[in-house]
Design a protein around this ligand. Structure first.
Ligand code: HEM
Length: 180
């Protein structure tokens, strides 16, 4: 994973739990690089998974909740750093429809070694719901869930995001619903 995914995570943990928790989490996780990530570098995604598991053991917050919260934090950071992606869409559904065919395509141009998930999307005939199928060998489903919820919040659109595990075990289907 790109280093920015790690540095943003460490930033969130520092803001929420303090620097001493960051230090202890890094030490207890036992990875040789000792928490030093360059934002443009590339590192094994297992290190992020390992740090989240350590943080969960330290704080008692379930892994899923930590990763979901991180998705929300990451969205706000991405939207601030790359405003062009959120500004070109005038609604949450328009934005979500552009993740796979536009945003992550642009990401790959900047970082050719980016490890990106695949998304397909389908909007219902009445326009009230959208289904996104997420597939990734890294299985950051909870991260995707948090990102999708944060996208709704960004466009100030009330709605819910339901996650259903895919039958082939390769990801999740997310159903984004606007209130009736
Ligand atoms: C709601 C919108 C978005 C969703 C649901 C989403 C989903 C994801 C997920 C789940 C990952 C983790 C990798 C994986 O699962 O295999 C990822 C990686 C990434 N995404 Fe997105 N993304 C969104 C928007 C964006 C935006 C706006 C940017 C801005 C540039 C962005 C840039 C990246 C980058 C740089 C990575 C890291 C790739 C790597 O580590 O190699 N994403 N995305």
């Amino acid at each position: 994973m790109k280093g920015m995914v790690f540095t943003e995570f460490l930033g969130m943990v520092e803001a929420q739990f303090g620097l001493s928790v960051v230090d202890e989490m890094i030490e207890r996780s036992g990875f040789a690089r000792g928490g030093v990530y360059a934002s443009t570098g590339t590192y094994p995604h297992e290190e992020l998974v390992g740090m989240v598991a350590t943080l969960s053991a330290m704080t008692g917050v379930p892994v899923h909740d930590l990763v979901n919260a991180y998705g929300k934090h990451l969205f706000r950071r991405l939207a601030a750093s790359f405003p062009q992606y959120v500004e070109r869409a005038s609604s949450a559904f328009e934005f979500l429809a552009s993740i796979d065919g536009y945003i992550h395509v642009e990401v790959r141009k900047i970082y050719p070694d980016a490890e990106l998930p695949r998304f397909t999307h389908r909007t219902s005939a009445d326009g009230r719901s959208m289904e996104l199928e997420y597939r990734s060998p890294r299985r950051f489903d909870a991260l995707a869930h948090g990102l999708l919820e944060a996208a709704l919040a960004h466009y100030k659109e009330p709605g819910t995001v339901e996650r259903v595990e895919l039958a082939d075990g390769q990801g999740s289907r997310f159903i984004v619903r606007k209130p009736a």
